[in-house]
Write a protein that binds this ligand. Structure first.
Ligand code: PMP
Length: 400
């Protein structure tokens, strides 16, 4: 099928939940993807931060093929070798002790919310269930996850929402302190907000968040679904700030392109779950775990995270130069290869100009150009992208 044929069948039979671009991708390799008409693109979206190793990394595809021939699925009523190895690898490379595996970011956050409530009942006393999250945050599309999400647009029309969530501006410690009440059991934050437009908070804010949590006995839950796993130039983004979270959620890049999510916790908190308390049929199945184990071994052992830091710094520097040339870029921000360029105008035209010229980028919140490419990109890939952006911004600048 060509692009047009796929789009027609999709329009007829696939539920209309996504604002899709008019193209269908059929192949990917490294930082490149191809559509059904044979057009080639440089992919600076990476499946929305999923394809961090690039598309179809051989270590991942070989692990999947090997595991698919051995055992694809059993049940979590048995132990699974690739799953336990993956749990050990994640624990050894973080400050968390135990892992619950699931299939997506939203499901990881659901698990985190349930675990926090269970822990609170057992250790903090009854009546503690409330979780404070940040405005502009994004935690997924299930009911509890949209309720944790601090953006009304994801919640509208879906009421009644689960009770027990409160929102405060991200980065404002006074607002957070004021929001803590008798029912509060946890604070849930993204170390770098992704969907909200690549927003960072100051080191001093994080120091005080950590202090507040220990003083008030609150759990610190960090959603690393988008910013985690090498993207910001550290294995987990909280490591930039020296935080000690109680619960961390992961998904996206974890499986190297294969769907898998994880909710990690420190021992004391993890033990609030007992057999029968939580489950997912497909969570950590042999195939997903084998893919993730290969992906994470590659991520950790092949200089990928260092590359994200190094090329990310170069890219940020180049974007800052563009900002000096074009006043429509009011700010460049981000860490590693999670970068955003805040525009004073909508970004849709720039995104579609780039797409026509063979570059996939994305716009968060309508006016933040978001760059979340595979972490294997080179400085020469960045140069190509910056040249194209220069062209696109030149055209925009003439109009404003
Ligand atoms: N948390 C964050 C920070 C995310 O960016 C996303 C997805 N954009 C999610 C959770 C939800 O992940 P999923 O789509 O896998 O449910």
């Amino acid at each position: 099928m060509n692009n047009q044929e796929i789009i027609e069948v999709g329009g007829k039979y696939v539920m209309n939940t996504y604002g899709r671009l008019p193209m269908a991708l059929v192949k990917g390799e490294g930082v490149k993807v191809w559509d059904a008409d044979g057009n080639e693109y440089l992919d600076f979206i990476a499946g929305l931060a999923v394809n961090s190793l690039g598309h179809c990394h051989p270590a991942v595809t070989e692990a999947i093929a090997r595991q698919a021939c051995a055992l694809m699925h059993c049940s979590n009523i048995y132990w699974i070798e690739p799953q336990v190895k993956l749990a050990r690898l994640l624990a050894e490379n973080s400050d968390l002790d135990k892992v619950f595996f699931c299939n997506s970011g939203a499901e990881a956050n659901e698990g985190a919310i349930k675990l926090a409530r269970k822990y609170a009942k057992q250790h903090l006393g009854s009546g503690k269930y409330e979780i404070i999250t940040a405005l502009n945050s994004f935690h997924g599309r299930t009911l509890a996850a949209i309720t944790a999400t601090g953006q009304a647009k994801y919640q509208q029309g879906l009421e009644p929402l689960p009770a027990g969530f409160k929102y405060v501006p991200f980065g404002n410690i006074e607002a957070l302190k004021e929001a803590v009440g008798p029912h509060t059991c946890a604070v849930m934050l993204e170390p770098v907000q992704g969907e909200g437009g690549v927003n960072l908070a100051a080191q001093e804010y994080w120091n005080q968040v950590q202090e507040l949590c220990s003083e008030e006995g609150l759990l610190l839950i960090l959603d690393e679904v988008q910013c985690g796993l090498g993207r910001t130039g550290k294995f987990l983004a909280y490591m930039h700030y020296g935080l000690k979270p109680d619960i961390v959620t992961l998904a996206k890049a974890l499986g190297g392109g294969f769907p898998i999510g994880a909710m990690m916790a420190v021992e004391k908190v993890a033990s609030a779950f007992q057999p029968g308390d939580h489950a997912a049929t497909f969570g950590g199945n042999p195939l997903a775990s084998a893919a993730a184990l290969a992906a994470m071994n590659t991520m950790l052992n092949e200089g990928i995270i260092l590359n994200a830091e190094k090329v990310g710094n170069y890219f940020k520097h180049k974007l800052t130069e563009l900002a000096a040339k074009y006043p429509v870029i009011s700010e460049v921000r981000g860490l590693g290869l999670m970068l955003g360029a805040q525009l004073t105008v909508p970004g849709a035209d720039i995104v579609s100009y780039c797409q026509q010229k063979g570059l996939l980028i994305n716009c968060a919140n309508g006016n933040v150009l978001r760059f979340i490419p595979p972490l294997i990109i080179t400085e020469s890939d960045v140069d190509k992208v910056v040249n194209l952006l220069d062209e696109a911004l030149g055209k925009i600048e003439k109009r404003v």
